[in-house]
Design a protein around this ligand. Structure first.
Ligand SMILES: NC(=O)c1ccc[n+]([C@@H]2O[C@H](COP(=O)([O-])OP(=O)(O)OC[C@H]3O[C@@H](n4cnc5c(N)ncnc54)[C@H](OP(=O)(O)O)[C@@H]3O)[C@@H](O)[C@H]2O)c1
Length: 259
């Protein structure tokens, strides 16, 4: 029987180690970046809007010693590989990957455009797979343990009316979590994987989804929705577990969310 040392408990087990966070320019990703820096991790923060990422980092790591802003489009394999190369050059590699980049379009199956469906599939599913593959290679080359966390959605646990292909992409994320867990067990690999599935969170997501800031505000005003920091808290909980504990899925809704 292996014993668990005190250094394996709590989020401090990752102190000084490096997390790469996708979708770090806004919402949940930005909150996760700030929280992981506050917890003593080094962070490689990625998104297409690098200027927005830089603003997020300026607030949490003004000297820029513990973080790196990288322009990355997860739809572009070379762009992802360049982000991981930048992480290796600056911090020696990645120990934690937060697969957060994602988006939705209100694009009904009877009316949506291929461009909208393709973007959701490429960002929410394929981009997540590319980042996962690059992170695994990095973690294995470093010979240590690692943690991969997918930001799924409650739309991946049941199908909300009108969610069209978005719900299908988040069901795919759920399947990919279990596929990766089984691949890692087959390989006797100490790297862990888990998924966090939020309900409504107040971010830029709804305005993008509805193509309307007013409609987004209407949704967020119906009841108290989750804050991005609530999801960051769940990330910290997952990272706090000792190595023999793998939290597979966290489902979290606003208390008043009816669906
Ligand atoms: N908000 C919610 O109610 C809710 C609920 C459940 C799950 N989620 C999930 O939470 C995750 C984060 O969303 P959010 O709510 O924080 O929304 P958000 O504020 O709109 O942030 C989305 C992030 O994804 C990034 N992104 C989009 N396309 C990208 C691409 N091609 N390459 C790289 N990054 C890209 C954006 O960065 P750039 O545009 O700068 O590239 C942005 O940082 C998503 O996976 C979403 O599905 C959200």
């Amino acid at each position: 029987m292996t014993t668990v040392s005190s250094t394996d408990h709590g989020v401090q087990q990752w102190s000084g180690q490096t997390a790469l966070v996708t979708g770090a320019s806004s919402g949940i990703g930005a909150a996760i970046v700030s929280r992981l820096l506050a917890e003593g991790m080094r962070v490689v923060a990625c998104a297409r809007r690098r200027d927005r990422v830089t603003e997020v980092l300026a607030a949490s790591d003004p000297l820029g010693e513990q973080s790196l802003a990288v322009r990355c489009d997860v739809r572009d394999e070379e762009s992802v590989q360049a982000a991981f190369a930048a992480a290796r050059e600056r911090f020696g590699g990645v120990d934690v990957l937060i697969n957060n980049a994602g988006l939705g379009h209100a694009a009904l199956l009877a009316e949506g455009t291929v461009a909208e469906w393709q973007e959701m599939l490429e960002v929410n599913v394929l981009g997540l797979c590319i980042c996962t593959r690059e992170a695994l290679a990095d973690m294995r080359a470093r010979g240590g343990r690692g943690q991969i966390i997918h930001i799924g959605s409650m739309a991946g646990q049941r199908v909300p009316a009108g969610a069209g292909l978005y719900a299908a992409t988040k069901h795919a994320v759920r399947a990919l979590t279990e596929s990766l867990r089984m691949e890692l067990r087959e390989a006797s690999d100490p790297i862990r994987v888990g998924e966090i599935c939020p309900g409504f969170v107040e971010t830029g997501f709804a305005a993008h989804y509805m193509k309307s800031e007013d409609q987004a505000q209407e949704i967020y005003s119906r009841f108290k929705v989750l804050e991005a920091a609530d999801v960051a808290e769940a990330v910290v909980y997952m990272l706090s577990c000792p190595p023999h504990v793998q939290v597979h899925d966290i489902l979290m809704r606003p208390t008043e969310q009816p669906t």
